[in-house]
Ligand binder design. Structure first.
Ligand code: XMP
Length: 514
């Protein structure tokens, strides 16, 4: 949905993984922000009436042939500019500095020393901050007109500010949740330097979406999974198109324990939605037989979904539209954004739909991050229990079973995940973590049951903390909690003799094991 950027912040997209995240953070400040092509000119920005522009990071080297370059007039000082990472290097270079390979690449956390207070660092008392870095190049020399306001051990020009106009650059990523005071840095630019208009709110988004969706001129089929995203999608569409909406809940056989019954009850009762249950589990399991490759599994599940939808649509149709709860991270991680970052995983709901699909896809949440969707769900009146549910991947337990999907491994993954969730709920930790589950592969380990040695499965427990799923860290659970999880798993889940706890962050690991 295009919105008026007047008084807002345009983010010029140079292809960085975190480009969308910058918009999200700016919106969290109540200021509308959108990603625009990196080729947007200074004149176009002024015509849009933006309060400021942020140049995103990107994978290229500024001096490489064919590297994306902005309109040089962007740096004339008429529109305030903040360059981040690659954007920082572009700014330094455009103003007469030099950029080159860093002596050491910086990936992950770096200590940034603040050399000059005020400006981007206004209101920050500390003299150094732990910041997220991800770069190979960095400025090697800066021109006289740029003041250096922060440095790291390997980046002597980690933050700069122009003495003659509102031009700023930072080598680190203030938009990433692991950067300390990152939101303060962004706020200092957006509200302090740019004086941007605070007109963005979730209520505004709801009104605009409902107005836009109510123009849909035909019946809408919405696939619901019981998760936050599809429930909010259904609620929004219910408000916008009412009786033109029909929801279908497909039981894939890859769902969480008790999910089908729970979803049908809350959707029909709490949301008053017209929803029908289709048990397609046999077809999904058949299609997955013999498939071990993770990407292939996603494609198989996506295809089985599409087939089930189409069958339902032809029986209950005609439907003109198919609504999906696709979010920003799904879009960007599937390489579908305007300047695609490289594909990380093909998420079923954006990767697997056949080109000949006879319905038009509607994705009302594709601009939003998870926490924004929860906020929207709350103002739409969804029950707290639904909004607080952990995310669950579209391909379900198929990606929490390593190797071929079998009934036995599915049962172990399903029951084990329920146990992990139950323990966290009992410990009051469920709402504090992003996701908690267990997965299983083909590893068989020797166990001792009574006096008998017996081969059994090893399950791996994952509990992660995250703000937006773009990055995540493993949860430092107390040993006593881990012990309870482990004991319950081996006692209660048939076939499990050993339990491991995964201690990798994202990156390099992803949240789902596959
Ligand atoms: P990863 O594993 O990529 O996951 O770190 C990030 C977030 O997305 C969820 N996820 C998916 N959601 N379809 C979805 O709708 C998928 O194929 C899929 N794969 C991962 C995951 O649970 C996490 O919250």
């Amino acid at each position: 949905m295009k919105s008026d950027l007047s008084g807002g912040i345009a983010v010029l997209d140079f292809g960085g993984q975190y480009a969308h995240l910058i918009c999200r953070r700016v919106r969290a400040l109540g200021v509308y922000s959108e990603l625009v092509p990196h080729s947007t000119t200074a004149k176009e920005l002024r015509e849009m009436g933006v309060a400021g522009a942020i140049l995103s990071g990107g994978p290229a080297s500024v001096y490489a042939k064919g590297a994306p370059q902005p309109d040089p007039r962007i740096f004339d000082g008429r529109v305030p500019v903040l360059g981040i990472c690659y954007g920082h290097q572009l700014l330094v270079r455009a103003l007469g500095g030099q950029v080159g390979r860093s002596t050491r690449r910086e990936y992950g956390r770096s200590m940034v020393k603040i050399l000059e207070k005020g400006g981007l660092f206004e209101g920050i008392d500390r003299t150094s901050l732990s910041c997220w870095m991800s770069h190979t190049d960095s400025p090697r020399a800066v021109p006289a007109g740029l003041r250096v306001t922060a440095a790291t051990e390997n980046s002597p020009y980690a933050a700069v500010e122009s003495s003659s106009g509102p031009l700023y650059g930072v080598q680190f990523h203030p938009e990433v949740s692991h950067t300390e005071e990152g939101q303060t840095v962004l706020s200092n630019f957006v509200l302090g330097v740019c004086g941007a208009r605070r007109s963005w709110s979730m209520e505004g988004f709801r009104k605009r979406s409902v107005a836009e969706l109510s123009k849909l001129d035909g019946r809408v089929l919405c696939a619901v999974s019981g998760g936050v995203d599809s429930s909010v999608t259904a609620a929004l569409l219910n408000e916008a198109v009412g009786s033109k909406l029909k929801c279908v809940f497909i039981d894939t056989g890859l769902l969480r324990d008790g999910e089908a019954a729970y979803v049908m009850k809350f959707l029909a009762r709490d949301l008053g939605v017209d929803v029908e249950l289709v048990d397609a589990s046999a077809a999904f399991l058949r299609a997955l037989r013999g498939v071990a490759d993770p990407e292939q599994k996603r494609k198989v599940v996506g295809k089985a979904f599409a087939d089930a939808f189409e069958r339902f649509a032809s029986q209950r149709g005609p439907f003109r539209y198919l609504a999906q709860g696709t979010l920003y991270p799904d879009v960007i991680e599937s390489g579908r954004s305007s300047a695609p970052a490289s594909v990380i995983k093909t998420h079923h709901n954006v990767g697997g739909l056949p080109p000949g699909l006879s319905m038009k896809v509607v994705e009302p949440l594709r601009e939003l991050y998870k926490d924004e969707v929860r906020e929207l769900g709350a103002i739409l009146g969804l029950p707290k229990k639904v909004l607080a549910r952990h995310p669950f991947p579209g391909p379900g337990l198929a990606v929490r079973v390593i190797g071929e999907v079998t009934e036995e491994k599915l049962r172990i993954a399903r029951e084990s995940s329920r146990v992990v969730e139950e323990v966290l709920e009992e410990e009051g930790l469920y709402d504090r973590v992003w996701q908690a589950f267990a997965y299983v592969g083909d590893d068989e380990v020797t166990g001792v049951l009574g006096d008998e040695r017996r081969l059994g499965r090893q399950v791996t427990v994952k509990v992660v903390e995250s703000v937006d799923a773009m990055t995540a860290d493993w949860s430092r659970l107390q040993p006593e909690v881990l012990e309870r999880v482990s004991t319950r798993l081996t006692n209660e889940v048939e076939g499990v003799v050993a339990v491991a706890y995964l201690v990798s962050s994202k990156p390099p690991a992803t949240i789902e094991p596959q």
